[in-house]
Each structure stands twice: as C-alpha cells, then as structure tokens.
Write a protein that binds this ligand. Structure first.
Ligand code: ATP
Length: 309
C-alpha cells in the first residue's frame, strides 16, 4: 500500500496541475472572447461621473443569439446614489443587464447611458474601473487570502485589507485560521465555503471602492443572520458614500429596503416602485412577496417545532 500511495499521490498532483492550467486557460479564453465581443471606440474618452452615476437603459434590445432576444425594448433608470434592486423569475435577464453594463456584450438596439454618456463611446478601462461587481460565483486566485482581497486595490495597506474584511464580516474567520491572512486558497489551497467566498468578494469590492456597485446574488450562500449583518454594513457604506448600486436577488427580504425595485418579466419591466408601493399595487411583486413570506414563516415554524420536540 505504501509503495502504491507514492506514485498515486504524485499522479494526483500532476492531475491537479493539469486541471489548474486548463482552468487558467479557460479563464484567459473567456476574457479574450469578451474583449473580442466588444470594440474599443475610435476616440475613447474617459467616463466622467459628473452626475453621481445615473444609469439609463433606453429602448434596449439584446439576445445572446440575434433571433432570440432576452431583453426587449427595455427602458429603465437607476438614479444616481440610490440602491436599486432587480427581481424577476429565473432566466428573465437580470444578470444579462449587469453584463451589458460592464460591456461584456453590446446592445443590439437602443443605448445604455451612464451620466448621459453612451457606454460604447467611453474607454473600456474607464468604464470597468468605475464598476465593481460581486458576481454569483467569484473566482479566487491560487494565492493567499490577503492577496485575494488586495486584488480589489493593489495599493491597499494590510490594515486597509483587514478593515475591508471586518466590514465584510469575514475578518474573525480569517483571523482564527492557523495562517491567518497568509492562508492559501483557490484550487491548490484551503477549501472555503460558498459564504466565505462571497464575503471575500465583498471585501475585495469594499477595497476597490468604485462609484457603481453591482451585487448579483452576492449573499445567497449566507445564513440569514450573517446575511442581514453583512447587508447592514454594505448599506451603510453605500449611504455614507452616496454610491449607485444594483442588487440582483431572489430573496426579496434582502432587497425590500431598496429605493427602487424593478420587476422584470419577459424581457421588460413589469412594474417598479418601492416595496410598499409594489405591495399595495397587488401585482407580481406583491404575490411573490406574500409567497416568500409564507414559506419563510413555515420554515421558522418547522425549525421551532424541531427545537421543541
Ligand atoms: P437567474 O435568476 O437564474 O440567475 P437571470 O434572470 O439572471 O437568471 P440571465 O443569466 O440574465 O438570467 O439569463 C437570461 C437568459 O439568457 C437565460 O435564458 C439564459 O439561459 C440565457 N443566457 C445567459 N447567458 C448566456 C450565454 N452566455 N449564451 C447564451 N445564452 C445565455
């Protein structure tokens, strides 16, 4: 057994190396593909956030395949300095809206404006520097936790890295690891949970401190208590700095305090307003809210019953 285990573990490490280089290639390939999909304007100007970061979709149509539009004649406004949520059934195009804003793809019709500048007319670099995203699944580098957070701002001091992790509610976990911030993560490092990964992504974003912040199901892997306390911290940062933010979420409890909620359906806006306006209106949102609240109530009841028995 001993004789066999040596070559096997050796093979294991070769396999891991190989798998990692394939993963790296895939990432590179995706990035290249993304860069090919959109073109830098002939005379790129830097994006100027002269009005605090107002986002406007004007009559936008887009589909990954030309003949199958995902978004149709979409008009929407995300006011400067406000927190806006986009909700709607799975596959209705919520994440696509964020990808279009980041210019991973260009619209087929209509235009997207940030502070009245068509995003196709500004340099890609200035656009992407202005935006920070916490995606559904954050890639981690095969490096230390510290490096993974600092990626948000390479000039950040160790103290700034730790402060960001504190606000993202992950500092205590990192601090309790034997190697602390020096712990290796990623494919070749320690396995970390989905919720920890999400909080590292939030730390990275806090450190980047961009004027426009997008959260795509950014806290979905967290338990309700941790999620609420992280969201409170995020909200206070957004308020403090009057940042424009867009939250894509399924669980309405996480976004009901937004300044504006946009309900997408079939590629266009079904309704929009504040939580109380939408509940009052008695439409799709109201139905969804009541359905989620009821199932939440049942879950709580079930958990209580389990504790008592
Ligand atoms: P969810 O709530 O499940 O995350 P979503 O509303 O964010 O969904 P999108 O991810 O925007 O939905 O996807 C919208 C539609 O576009 C879906 O039907 C999806 O299958 C399709 N789609 C997404 N990405 C691509 C792609 N790269 N190529 C082709 N089709 C895609």
């Amino acid at each position: 057994v001993f004789q066999l285990s040596v070559p096997l573990s050796f093979l294991g490490s070769v396999y891991r190396e190989l798998r990692q280089s394939l993963l790296d290639m895939e990432t590179l390939f995706n990035l290249q593909k993304v860069n090919v999909a959109v073109k830098e304007p002939d005379k790129p100007k830097a994006l100027q956030l002269t009005r605090g970061g107002e986002i406007k979709f004007e009559n936008v149509t887009f589909g990954y395949h030309k003949d199958r539009p995902i978004i149709r004649n979409l008009d929407l406004i995300i006011p400067a300095g406000k927190k806006v949520a986009i909700v709607g059934p799975s596959g209705c195009g919520k994440s696509t809206i964020l990808r279009l804003l980041f210019r991973f793809y260009d619209v087929q019709d209509g235009r997207i404006l940030i502070d009245d500048q068509d995003i196709r007319e500004v340099s890609l670099q200035s656009l992407r520097e202005a935006i920070g995203v916490v995606p559904q699944d954050t890639p981690l580098f095969n490096n230390t936790i510290e490096h993974n957070i600092r990626y948000g701002n390479l000039n950040a001091t160790s103290e700034e890295v730790r402060n960001a992790a504190k606000r993202a509610r992950v500092h205590e976990i990192i601090d309790s690891l034997p190697d602390g911030y020096g712990t290796m993560v990623g494919e070749r490092g320690m396995m970390i949970s989905g919720g920890e990964k999400q909080r590292l992504a939030v730390s990275r974003l806090i450190l980047k401190d961009p004027p426009l912040l997008f959260f795509d199901e950014a806290t979905s892997a967290l338990d309700t208590y941790t999620e609420q306390s992280l969201l409170q911290n995020i909200n206070s940062i957004l308020k403090e700095k009057a940042r424009t933010s867009v939250f894509v979420a399924h669980r309405l409890r996480t976004i009901f305090d937004s300044d504006k909620i946009i309900v997408l359906q079939g590629g266009h806006v079904a309704e929009s307003g504040t939580h109380s306006e939408l509940v009052e209106a008695g439409g799709v949102y109201s139905e969804l809210w009541h359905a989620q609240e009821t199932s939440l109530g049942e879950n709580v009841d079930a958990a209580l019953a389990e504790q008592i028995s």
